[in-house]
Design a protein around this ligand. Structure first.
Ligand code: ATP
Ligand code: MG
Length: 398
């Protein structure tokens, strides 16, 4: 079904009207052939990045040196990258130099796997120089060209191979796997941020179990942060592993399985953002709360909505219980308030209830107690009700 490309087609047409070549490339072509939900639509063109910037009204030059410009079109973002060949990757992050070229052929040759090395023009005509379509039909991952050289050039591709096997459920060809095993130690030279991005997608893959089987078979974990010092860790994963939605959830999962490795250890060794760390902490606290009180409104209230699907995954994986996301959503929509700001009373009101007392932490303590009482349905979120409740509730006013 080509209709998903309808709006993006206008970008190809615009580039062609300037006498340049332009194609859809990479994952979007692969996923279209597979009938899989398409992530981003990436475009490759013979037009130089400067020209792409001039042709389109709304552009963000994200990686001009590497030829990549983001074009905004009908509120969608498209990565438009000039055809290029890559030089050596000596910093294991970016190629040292890129050379812009006029033909798509060499551009496809620099791509990692045959299934990712397809291009499609605006009419749906596919360029397939490396039998990518056959490999998609056979459900097999193999490198474009000499695997040893390609993995040596950018060892991140070793993890990408596992990531695609986990996402797509494809096998990795024997030759490609042999080359991955031979070069797996090179992973240690790669920037952690790049590894993390692929590793997170690996664990979020629909076929993560077969991905894990490959990972164990090649003992790649011996070269990964945290895992390299805890070789038993990968074997602690539950047999019925299901996709883990985010890196933060992954930390919470492993921290639950091996509490001696702290969230701080994970975050610093994997160079996590504060957000990822926050998610790991929130989920860890929620798991503890669940173990104590089961699924209740206070747990749902305390956990940011973005973590709801993750906690469901973790409970089902780790606690041998069946919880549905719908149970969460129902509790969430029945909550009387969703944040402290929605309380019908504030610190100022509370102070006025006790004119003789000076300000201090007692106000915050009362607010906490009120918040808990409202969320757990002990009192209505009504100003007068809350005032009464505070007066008559001795523990809260301590
Ligand atoms: P997703 O659906 O997850 O976005 P994708 O195939 O689009 O999958 P990306 O990481 O977005 O994967 O990369 C886009 C394309 O760029 C790939 O399909 C591949 O052709 C090429 N590519 C990306 N990273 C590399 C790499 N390290 N080495 C070689 N080619 C790469
Ligand atoms: Mg992509």
């Amino acid at each position: 079904d080509l209709s998903i490309f309808d709006e993006a087609k206008e970008i190809l047409e615009r580039l062609e009207s300037y006498n340049h070549k332009a194609y859809f490339v990479g994952g979007c072509v692969r996923d279209m052939i597979l009938g899989r939900k398409i992530g981003d639509i990436d475009i490759a063109t013979s037009a130089a990045p400067e020209l792409v910037q001039q042709i389109f009204e709304n552009v963000i030059p994200v990686g001009i040196q590497h030829g990549t410009v983001i074009v905004r079109h009908n509120r969608q973002s498209y990565e438009v990258t000039t055809f290029r060949t890559d030089g050596k990757y000596s910093d294991q992050r970016h190629p040292d130099s890129v050379t812009f070229i006029q033909s798509i052929d060499e551009d496809l040759r620099r791509r990692d796997f045959t299934i990712n090395a397809l291009a499609m023009d605006k009419d749906g005509e596919i360029i397939d120089l490396f039998r990518g379509r056959k490999d998609i039909a056979d459900r097999v991952i193999q490198t474009v060209g000499n695997g040893y050289e390609r993995f040596e050039e950018d060892p991140l591709r070793i993890i990408r191979a596992l990531r695609f096997s986990s996402q797509l459920g494809f096998t990795i060809s024997e030759l490609t796997m042999a080359n991955m095993k031979n070069l797996k130690h090179e992973i240690e030279g790669i920037a952690v941020e790049r590894i993390k991005q692929e590793f997170a997608k690996f664990f979020a893959g629909e076929h993560v179990q077969s991905g894990i089987a490959y990972l164990k078979e090649m003992q790649l974990d011996h070269y990964l942060p945290v895992f390299r010092n805890h070789r038993e860790l990968i074997h602690e994963l539950p047999d019925g592993l299901t996709p883990v939605p985010s890196f933060g959830a992954l930390i919470a999962l492993f921290h639950y399985l091996a509490p001696q490795i702290t969230i701080q250890d994970w975050s610093s060794q994997w160079k996590c953002s504060n957000k990822e760390k926050r998610v790991a902490i929130d989920l860890t606290l929620a798991l503890r709360q669940y173990n104590k009180n089961g699924l209740d409104s206070w747990l749902v209230y305390c956990l940011p909505a973005a973590c709801h699907s993750s906690i469901v995954v973790l409970i089902n994986l780790l606690l041998d219980e069946r919880v549905e996301l719908n149970d969460f959503l129902r509790l969430n929509s029945n909550l009387p308030i969703h944040s402290r700001q929605e309380l019908a009373i504030n610190g100022h009101d509370i102070k006025q209830l006790f004119p003789s007392r000076n300000g201090g932490p007692w106000i915050k303590n009362i607010l906490n107690a009120v918040e808990f009482a409202v969320v757990t349905g002990k009192v209505d979120n009504d100003k007068n009700d809350l005032k009464e409740w505070i007066k008559w509730n001795p523990t809260a006013t301590n």
